[in-house]
Design a protein around this ligand. Structure first.
Ligand code: GAL
Length: 318
C-alpha cells in the first residue's frame, strides 16, 4: 500500500514537471487580462523569465509592459516599465517604441532596455536606451538617438559568454544589419560592423550554441510575414554564412522576436519566440513559441501547435 502510494507520488511529481505550450490563442495573465508584450525581449533571473514587450492594446504608441513567469505559461503582470508621457515627454507624441529588449549589466548592477525609438513614418530611425536599479523599474530614459549617428530600426540584443553585449539592428534605410558593440555599461554603442549588406534583413534574433552563433531574420515586409532565413558563424562580427531558408515561406505566419535557451539537467533546448502580427489586428497579434532544434550544426524550427517542455530536464516532447 505504502509502495503504491509512493509510486503514485513519484509519477505525479514527474508528470507535473511537463508544461504544455499551446500556440495560436491570446495569452492571459494571472489577473485574467490579455498579455500585451509584442516584439518581446526576455531576461532570465534564477528560475524566472521576465518578458517585456509592446503593449498594442491601443494599436499605436505602445507602452512597454513587463511580465514574469517560471513556465512561459503563467504570466504575472509586473509593471508598465516604460510609459507614454511619463518616462519621456515625447513618448506617445513625437516618438514611439518597438521591440524593447532587456539586459542586465553585472558591472553596474543595472537593468538596461534597448529598443527601436521611432517617429512619424519611421523617419527618425533611432534607438532608445533606458536603465533601472530594479528589474521591474521604474526605468529612466538615457538616450534616444541614432547609434553612432547611424539610422537604425528593427532591433535585438545579444550578450556573449564574456559579457560583451551587442545591439543588432536594421540600418541605413533597411539596407544592412548593424552589429553595434556596446560599452561596458551597456548604455551606448562603441563600434558598428555592417553585415548582410544590401540584404534588407530585419527582426534579427541570435543564439549561441557550442561556439556557433545562429541568427534568424526576416525580410522587410511590414506586418506581413515572409520567409525566415538562417545564417551562422563562429565569429559574431564576421564570416556569417550565406542566408538560407528555414521554415515555410511565411515563417509559419510569424516574425522572430527572441530565441530562448532552456538549460535543463539532461539537455539544453532552444525556443523560437515570434510575433503573429495582425491576427486579425494589432492588439490581437499573438505570441508564438516553437521548438528550435539546433543539433550537429543544423537548425530547424518545429512548427508545433502544441508541445510539452520540462524545464527541469530541458527536454521537449510532442
Ligand atoms: C515590421 C517590423 C515591426 C514594425 C512593422 C511596422 O517590419 O518588424 O517591428 O516596425 O514593420 O510596419
Amino acid at each position: 500500500m505504502l509502495l503504491a502510494l509512493l509510486c503514485h507520488a513519484v509519477s505525479f511529481a514527474k508528470s507535473s514537471d511537463w508544461v504544455t505550450i499551446k500556440n495560436g490563442d491570446l495569452w492571459y495573465d494571472t489577473d485574467g487580462k490579455v498579455v500585451q508584450a509584442h516584439g518581446a525581449g526576455f531576461l532570465k533571473v534564477k528560475d524566472t523569465w521576465y518578458m517585456i514587450g509592446e503593449d498594442r492594446s491601443k494599436s499605436w504608441n505602445p507602452d512597454v509592459n513587463m511580465y514574469s513567469s517560471k513556465d512561459l505559461q503563467h504570466w504575472k503582470f509586473e509593471a508598465k516599465i516604460i510609459e507614454n508621457g511619463v518616462t519621456h515627454p515625447d513618448l506617445g507624441k513625437q516618438r514611439f517604441i518597438e521591440r524593447p529588449k532587456l539586459l542586465y549589466n553585472k558591472k553596474t548592477k543595472k537593468y538596461v532596455v534597448w529598443c527601436h525609438w521611432e517617429g512619424r513614418n519611421y523617419g527618425a530611425s533611432e534607438a532608445g536606451v533606458f536603465y533601472s536599479d530594479n528589474i521591474t523599474g521604474p526605468y529612466k530614459f538615457h538616450a534616444g538617438e541614432r547609434p553612432l549617428g547611424i539610422k537604425s530600426r528593427d532591433c535585438n540584443v545579444f550578450v556573449d559568454d564574456d559579457g560583451t553585449a551587442y545591439f543588432i539592428s536594421t540600418i541605413e534605410e533597411n539596407q544592412h544589419l548593424g552589429f553595434f558593440r556596446l560599452a561596458d555599461d551597456y548604455l551606448s554603442a562603441t563600434e558598428c560592423t555592417q553585415l548582410f549588406k544590401r540584404q534588407s534583413r530585419e527582426a534579427p534574433a541570435i543564439v549561441k550554441v557550442e561556439g556557433t552563433y545562429y541568427m534568424l531574420s526576416s525580410a522587410c515586409t511590414g506586418w506581413d510575414p515572409n520567409q525566415c532565413k538562417l545564417s551562422y558563424s563562429k565569429n559574431m562580427t564576421s564570416d556569417w554564412s550565406p542566408l538560407e531558408n528555414i521554415g515555410d515561406r511565411i515563417a509559419y505566419d510569424t516574425q522572430a522576436a527572441s530565441i530562448l535557451t532552456i538549460q535543463g539537467k539532461k539537455q539544453t533546448s532552444y525556443l523560437y519566440v515570434g510575433d503573429r502580427w495582425m491576427d486579425p489586428d494589432l492588439p490581437n497579434s499573438k505570441t508564438i513559441i516553437f521548438p528550435l532544434v539546433i543539433k550537429d550544426g543544423k537548425c530547424e524550427i518545429v512548427p508545433a501547435n502544441q508541445f510539452e517542455i520540462n524545464f527541469k530536464t530541458g527536454e521537449i516532447r510532442y
